[in-house]
Design a protein around this ligand. Structure first.
Ligand SMILES: [Zn+2]
Length: 386
């Protein structure tokens, strides 16, 4: 569902007016339908100030793009609409960039970074002729808080205890990493997959619906999903999560990496296949990628689903006491450090926009050129010479 709201918010999306398709796990009773209650302003200020910013940005940006009401997330106490924003070309084939955050509620820095980038974008769209011109050719979309109640309740999972990044109905052909790779035992344990045979969780469905609406007909698309909690450096992860085997667009991913390395030689990211670290079942981005290529018309299009895994261990190293708080292992807690993280990814955002405006830099049309990049990619990431 879409709605355009005015700057004064008079027509903002209403709360609690959508049916929810949740696949709640068998081990937990489905919470009774919530009364459609949004937390009051004081609660939001204390527990979810990111939501206040998101609503303000939706209001400010409504006349420049489209606000999408993608579904509803609820528990027994609260209910939130799932909100996406899109800007630019209405051509279904237009190259598209998508930024996603807050899939894992505990990793709230992910939602905060996407909101900070959206805030900068909300200013650029007012005066920057380069951005305005780019938007005549491409689409840029944001889904900053996929799991708002998870962020509010400081929980990795959604309100039904499901890890959204284990919730897709796809399976690894290999044995995924024990527990971390997704488990069906109980929603009281982390990495619970949910009832994948019934229907997706509303937040997962919203994410996939948004992808389908935004870029499933695009000739070039890049998505970046912002997470935190792994390692001491910022990593950009390539598919697959489900397999240690190279994914089909490894050559394009390597061309993308080389373009980034050449353009920003001092960038801070380690770019690598996720499965170099661990494998999982049910990854939503693996599923989106496979769904994209299940469409025969997309065989010559390129879609790169990327995840940014911010290296939270460096924040813990600088402030070990934060290990004793719930958010500590996943987020920068000192205000100056948080500010640093919020500005740290601006060059990446800049590069991502340019890479969808000029996808010729990494889309490999020539078979010989593609074979060359494939060989370099295999050598670089898999230590293979052919
Ligand atoms: Zn995460």
């Amino acid at each position: 569902m879409e709605s355009n709201s005015g700057r004064n918010g008079a027509n903002q999306p209403e709360y609690g007016n959508e049916s929810v398709k949740t696949g709640a796990p068998a081990s937990t009773p489905i919470p009774s339908r919530a009364p459609g209650r949004k937390p009051d302003f004081n609660t939001l200020t204390k527990k979810l100030p990111e939501w206040i910013l998101l609503e303000k940005l939706c209001d400010d940006l409504a006349s420049f793009g489209t606000i999408h009401h993608l579904g509803t997330s609820f528990d027994s106490e609260y209910e939130f609409p799932l909100m996406g924003l899109s800007f630019g070309s209405k051509d279904p084939q237009a190259p598209t960039l998508g930024l996603f955050g807050g899939v894992h509620g505990l990793e709230r820095i992910g939602a905060q970074v996407v909101l900070a980038l959206l805030k900068s974008f909300s200013e650029l769209i007012l005066w920057d002729k380069m951005i305005q011109h780019a938007l005549s050719q491409v689409r840029i979309c944001f889904f900053p808080m996929v799991n708002p109640i998870g962020v509010l309740r400081q929980s990795r999972a959604n309100p039904q205890g499901v890890d959204l990044m284990r919730n897709a109905p796809n399976h690894s052909s290999e044995k995924p990493t024990f527990l971390v790779g997704g488990q069906k035992i109980s929603n009281r344990l982390p990495w619970f997959r949910g009832n994948i045979h019934n229907s997706l969780e509303s937040e997962s469905q919203a994410l996939l619906d948004f992808c389908e609406q935004m870029f499933f007909q695009s000739r070039a698309a890049v998505t970046m999903d912002f997470h935190s909690g792994f390692g001491i450096m910022d990593r950009i992860w390539l598919p697959y999560a489900k397999s240690t085997a190279p994914f089909p667009h490894l050559a394009e991913a390597y061309a993308f990496k080389e373009s980034f390395d050449r353009t920003y030689p001092n960038h801070i990211y380690k770019i690598e296949p996720q499965a170099k670290n661990y494998t999982t079942d049910g990854d939503l981005w693996d599923y989106a990628y496979d769904q994209f290529y299940a469409r025969p018309k997309n065989k010559d299009s390129v879609y790169l689903p990327l995840c940014l895994e911010m290296g939270s261990w460096m924040w813990v190293k600088k402030n070990p006491l934060q290990l004793f708080s719930t958010l500590g292992p996943f987020n920068p807690l000192k205000p100056h450090r948080q500010k640093r993280i919020l500005r740290r990814h601006i060059p990446l955002f800049d590069f991502l926009i340019r890479s969808v405006v000029s996808p010729e830099a990494w889309i490999l049309k020539n078979p010989e050129q593609r074979a060359k990049f494939q060989m370099r990619a295999l050598e670089h990431w898999y230590g293979k010479s052919s």
